[in-house]
Write a protein that binds this ligand. Structure first.
Ligand SMILES: [Zn+2]
Ligand SMILES: [Zn+2]
Length: 446
């Protein structure tokens, strides 16, 4: 029997260098970029801890219905952008396009409903959307998120916004404003929906094809339209706030009062609805403003959305919970934030800039070098070294190039004498230090 497929396989040429590539829209984090992400996430986690949030990590893969049932079919995220596929076992799964639905799933599945309420959680991780890649917008992107689940009180909304604002301030993000709106609950949304439909019905010939569809499937999402032709119509559309029921109005008023008391700058944005099905009442976005000065032109302000969120009092039921579980949360788009100018450099805990370059000369020294490194590690002194280099000159040159202020030199003689040489790279002066006094000695170095 012939096996044509196998023959083909054998003849296949080895992959060429240029064929080695990551998936489009996804990238490796290396060096400074890795540390920048790590540093930001650690700072955000630390701040969230102070505000009472606890960590959670959910899987990158979820059952697809977690998103179709909550984010909503007919949304861009679910219809166009979600990486959804069938496994070999026949399960329908999706790479998470957002964080809130999985966390509500985890809350329900793990019985957190019996914990003291509300349950306050923070998370960070990668998320996936098949969008057109552009600056700050990747198909694998990183978010830091917060959720307050199990309370409908307005202080939850304020707590989430305040914690995010603190994170942004600590990261050095300047001129942040909160765009905020209330889209009401099931009490008042019916009346608003009718008003919106009546308004758009007369203008249907002028709107884009997507909006014609949304008119039938989910009219609220017409307010989210980015098409040029829909902008003037959108602008003059009835606003949700005018249709809020007394309970929603009170809730929104309280959220704004918190923000005022906390000194958080906000703008009520009637067009803000955020295109996810599960939102109710409060929706918000964080926006940074940067002044752009081009020669010969008036300075303009560039606004960038760097995060957002909202209240999701109906999400739990959409996921199959028998009871309503109110909640509020949001997420920061860390990829976009780290592109901003003049950020504070947040060093992650694992990285301390080494102040010592460790040089070992000869096999004896290499044998003993691990013991010396361990002494330094216990004293929390990170080092740099070049394991494969043998000569003193070449290792000193590497230390010099890396701008590391001190070197520790361990040669055969030092191994026998149980000492090392500590050299100041700047003054080129050096001193022999007994190994047992090394940690103490090094700690005193500037
Ligand atoms: Zn439109
Ligand atoms: Zn209402």
């Amino acid at each position: 029997m012939s096996t044509p497929s196998k023959e083909k396989e054998v003849k296949k040429a080895p992959a060429k260098q240029e064929e080695v590539a990551s998936v489009k829209g996804m990238r490796d984090l290396i060096g400074k970029e890795y540390y920048d992400f790590q540093g930001f996430m650690e700072k955000a986690a630390e701040i969230s801890h102070y505000y009472g949030f606890k960590p959670i990590e959910t899987p990158v893969l979820e059952n697809t219905e977690i998103f179709t049932g909550s984010v909503g079919e007919g949304t861009d995220i679910v219809d166009k952008e979600m990486y959804a596929f069938k496994t070999r076992g026949g399960d329908q799964v999706a790479l998470r396009p957002e964080g809130t639905a999985p966390i509500m799933r985890a809350y329900l599945e793990n019985g957190m409903v019996s914990w003291p309420q509300p349950v306050m959680l923070y998370y960070s991780g990668t998320f996936y959307r098949h969008e057109r890649p552009q600056r700050g917008r990747h198909r694998e992107f990183r978010q830091f998120g917060l959720e307050v689940i199990g309370s409908e009180k307005s202080i939850g909304d304020a707590m989430v916004i305040k914690t995010f604002i603190t994170v942004l301030a600590e990261a050095g993000v300047k001129d942040v404003v909160v765009d905020i709106n209330s889209i009401g609950d099931k009490e008042c949304r019916g009346a608003y929906r009718r008003a919106l439909l009546a308004y758009y019905k007369k203008r249907l010939p002028q709107v884009c094809a997507d909006c014609k569809n949304r008119f039938k499937t989910n009219p609220l999402r017409m307010l989210d339209c980015k098409a040029e032709q829909c902008q003037p119509i959108k602008k003059a559309a009835p606003d949700t706030i005018s249709y809020l029921c007394p309970a929603c109005k009170q809730h929104f008023k309280e959220v704004l009062e918190y923000l005022e008391t906390l000194g958080i700058e906000y703008r009520i944005n009637n067009a803000l609805v955020r295109g996810l099905d599960y939102y109710s009442r409060t929706v918000f976005e964080f926006i940074t403003r940067e002044e752009v000065i081009e020669e010969g032109k008036e300075p303009t302000t560039l606004e960038t959305v760097i995060g957002g969120g909202g209240r999701y009092d109906y999400l739990a039921k959409a996921l199959g919970s028998k009871k309503d579980v109110p909640g509020v949360g949001g997420a920061l788009g860390v990829d976009r934030i780290l592109l901003l100018k003049d950020l504070v450099e947040l060093a992650p805990r694992i990285i301390k800039k080494p102040k010592i370059f460790f040089i070992q000369l000869g096999f004896e020294a290499k044998l003993h070098s691990m013991a010396i490194i361990e002494i330094l590690r216990k004293a929390r002194i990170p080092i740099a070294q070049s394991l494969s280099k043998d000569g003193l000159g070449v290792q000193l040159a590497t230390a010099e190039r890396s701008k590391i202020p001190y070197t520790i030199i361990l040669g055969q003689k030092e191994v026998i004498e149980k000492s090392v040489i500590v050299r100041n790279m700047d003054t080129r002066s050096q001193e022999t230090v007994p190994v047992e006094k090394l940690a103490e000695y090094v700690k005193k170095l500037k």
